[in-house]
Write a protein that binds this ligand. Structure first.
Ligand code: TXA
Ligand code: MG
Length: 545
């Protein structure tokens, strides 16, 4: 089938409006622009035409369609028992990105509503489309114009990508002003229930309706077999081909987390301010962090654009749940199959400091408060054995430093780096490229984390921490401890202590300092525990505030 492209300047272009409306009247399929996303329209009262929508989209038949109407006077034609609140909402928000679920009349065929006794009604804010509806004089059933499972279309070019040859026509109305689908509110229950967050903020709806329940499918993944009230919410939607990970919570920490976690060549969706953090990724910006309208306008375009690239994974920053952020976050989380890392649900304490200061005891105190401890030095040694990526990077840089049985020959690597400053720097950079990524992965799923890293600051790991803590002690105390711990003489212990960065470096670069002068490890642990209790309760207050 040839798909005709209509470029209709405005609602006064009567001949073209008439020609487009004729497609609807004749039972054809016409993609229409709306303020939210493009719709794939057909006469909602013509069961055969509606069938063709499902075919063209590859959409499951049990997923009902929304009726697009020209104004609130159409409500009573297709719905019964229309509550007075529906008219109040229409008065305030129509034409606009709001769909109301109401009891349907029998004139609306089963195929349109997926057999439900209710129907979704929406009056889109697009002058050309409203003129087409009036000219056709029927409600237009229209799902979003994407192929089922792909991100919704916000430009006519996207519709062409998905629908060329499958439908009769596409009306090009430019880029969609809102960019995410309409908000769906179910008015058949009490209190009314938000089924899908969208282009109209929940806060605005509450101003008119008062209490509104939020359907579970809006904020979380449904269990296997669990039925959402909006059947469409159960599908993995809006998904690009590469797997998506959403990182929510404090924007700066989220961006830093992605910067450390994303592999070279991954895709990143971020707020404009943070784009420079990802020089080796394919980046799509969605507007400044505070610009929620831009996020909505650009989110589908960003998701869709990765399908033209060969990124292996996508990481996305996520707006908070206020205003349009609820809808944008919902679409991102659905694209991610609800694989979400919430920086605000993860309290992270980064601990650093010179040897002999008592970090081990301090970490034990944090562990006793339930923290998951990650020791970067231990992780490094583990990765030398188990990480193929790190091992091949080391082999690339230093040649054959692995014994025939595959274990690292530390002497050989040591010989390469200890005599040669540049080589040491190269090793450092190689580790810095691989270790933080594995560290970020291991933080996932823990609510309280302690990271023990001698290079906490230099590696950038400090940037994802809520608290950075320098554990230090006067040099003479450290020397005594090193002698006792390692069984070495004073001269050697002094050389060890002096080879490291001075305490002042750690103290200047960390948010907190714990000066450990305790006489025994047990005392250190006790004092550190009290110290952490204070810090954690401060974080709690900040988190709730
Ligand atoms: O902004 C929009 O709403 C766009 C534009 C084209 O108007 N349309 C749109 O349609 O997003 P669609 O089909 O992609 O999504 C409609 C959603 C689906 O999740 C569907 O399950 C739900 O609305 N829905 C439709 N009728 C319903 C009903 N009677 N009860 C509950 N949910 C319903
Ligand atoms: Mg859709």
């Amino acid at each position: 089938m040839e798909t005709k492209r209509f470029t209709i300047q405005d609602e006064n272009d009567a001949p073209l409006i008439e020609e487009a409306a004729r497609i609807i009247k004749d039972g054809g399929l016409l993609a229409i622009p709306t303020e939210t996303v493009y719709g794939l329209g057909a006469n909602a009262l013509d069961a055969d035409a509606v069938h063709r929508i499902f075919e063209a989209k590859g959409r499951p038949q049990d997923n009902p369609l929304i009726l697009h109407i020209a104004d609130a006077s159409y409500l009573a034609r297709y719905c019964t028992d229309v509550p007075e609140s529906a008219y109040r909402l229409a008065e305030r928000f129509w034409p606009g990105p709001l769909t109301m679920i109401l009891p349907r009349r029998d004139c609306v065929p089963d195929v349109t509503t997926g057999g439900l006794s209710t129907v979704g009604m929406r009056c889109p804010d697009h002058a050309v489309t409203l003129a087409i509806i009036r000219a056709a004089d029927v409600p237009i059933a229209a799902p979003s114009a994407n192929l089922s499972g792909r991100p919704s279309c916000t430009t006519a070019a996207h519709v062409f990508e998905d629908m060329d040859g499958r439908i009769d026509g596409i009306v090009d109305g430019g880029a969609c002003a809102v960019g995410v689908e309409s908000t769906i509110i179910d008015l058949t229950c009490d209190p009314p229930r938000l089924l899908r967050p969208g282009g109209l903020a929940l806060e605005d709806l509450r101003e008119v309706l008062g209490e509104i329940a939020v359907d579970k499918a809006v904020v979380s993944q449904l269990a296997e077999g669990e039925k959402p009230r909006a059947p469409g919410m159960k599908y993995r939607h809006y998904a690009p081909k590469a797997p998506v990970t959403v990182v929510s919570g404090d924007a700066k920490r989220a961006a830093n987390y992605i910067a450390l976690r994303a592999e070279c060549g991954a895709g990143v969706i971020c707020f404009d301010e943070y784009a420079p953090l990802f020089p080796r990724c394919t980046v799509r910006t969605i507007g400044a962090a505070a610009d929620e309208r831009a996020h909505a306008q650009r989110i589908f375009d960003a998701l869709r654009s990765f399908d033209e690239t060969d990124v292996c994974a996508i990481y996305a920053q996520c707006p908070d749940a206020r205003g349009l952020g609820l809808a944008v976050g919902n679409r991102l989380k659905k694209a991610a199959g609800f694989h979400v890392i919430d920086m605000d649900a993860m309290r992270t304490v980064g601990i650093t400091g010179p040897t002999g200061a008592g970090k081990t005891s301090v970490l034990r105190a944090l562990a006793s408060l339930g923290a998951h401890i990650i020791d970067c030095d231990a992780l490094y040694h583990e990765m030398l054995q188990s990480s193929e990526e790190l091992r091949s990077a080391i082999a690339d840089a230093f040649g054959d430093v692995f014994a025939p049985d595959g274990t690292l020959d530390r002497k050989r690597l040591g010989a390469c780096v200890f005599s040669d400053k540049d080589a040491l720097l190269r090793l450092d950079l190689t580790v810095r490229e691989h270790l933080p990524r594995e560290l970020m992965r291991r933080m996932e799923g823990h609510s309280l984390i302690g990271i023990d890293a001698i290079k906490l600051i230099e590696s950038g790991i400090a940037n994802v921490c809520d608290v950075t803590l320098a554990v230090t002690a006067p040099e003479e105390v450290r020397i005594c401890r090193i002698m006792a711990r390692d069984g070495i003489d004073e001269a050697y212990a002094t050389a060890r202590a002096k080879a490291q960065k001075p305490s002042a470096f750690y103290e200047e670069n960390c948010g907190r300092v714990f000066v450990n002068t305790a006489a025994t490890p047990a005392q250190t642990e006790k004092q550190a525990r009290a110290f952490f209790e204070t810090i954690l309760s401060e974080l709690e207050v900040k988190g709730n505030g």
